[in-house]
Design a protein around this ligand. Structure first.
Ligand SMILES: [Zn+2]
Ligand SMILES: [Zn+2]
Length: 141
């Protein structure tokens, strides 16, 4: 029963299981300082919407990393599980948790102005700077 079907994910120790039926294959990369501190590098995330089923919620620790979002991880093994927006409780999850999503495309790089000089991706993507993100989200409903 260790075989995962499409859009199912598990933390390293297996105490948290995730089923995300609506994974957007256009994933994003975030270069912001918070993501870099959290994971030691850029955060590769897929949007999973709000309809996410999580088993083993009692094993998840959530940290409010900003006034608008929290980050969840397994309290036993430390696997990063999600970045969740408070406003609509929608989940962004690490793309690497999902072994079976087809047609993944790196679509957007957030906080491109905070990307350090010691790496760059050759993927052709859209990019947004901190200022562009702030302007975009302050005008969105
Ligand atoms: Zn775990
Ligand atoms: Zn970030």
């Amino acid at each position: 029963m260790s075989e995962l079907i499409a859009n199912e994910a598990s933390c390293l120790c297996g105490s948290v299981k995730i089923n995300a039926p609506h994974v957007n294959p256009k994933f994003t990369v975030c270069h912001c300082d918070t993501c870099k501190s959290w994971g030691g590098g850029p955060f590769f995330a897929v949007q999973c919407g709000t309809e996410v089923e999580i088993k083993g919620v009692e094993n998840i620790k959530e940290y409010n990393s900003s006034p608008w979002a929290s980050r969840g991880f397994c309290a036993t093994c430390g696997t990063h599980l999600f970045y969740k927006l408070n406003k609509n409780a929608s989940y962004n999850m690490p793309v690497g948790l999902f072994s079976n999503v087809d047609d993944l495309v790196m679509d957007m790089q957030y906080f491109s102005d905070q990307r350090p000089d010691y790496y760059c991706f050759s993927n052709q993507t859209k990019e947004m700077t901190a200022a562009e993100i702030q302007a975009y989200f302050s005008t969105s409903p």
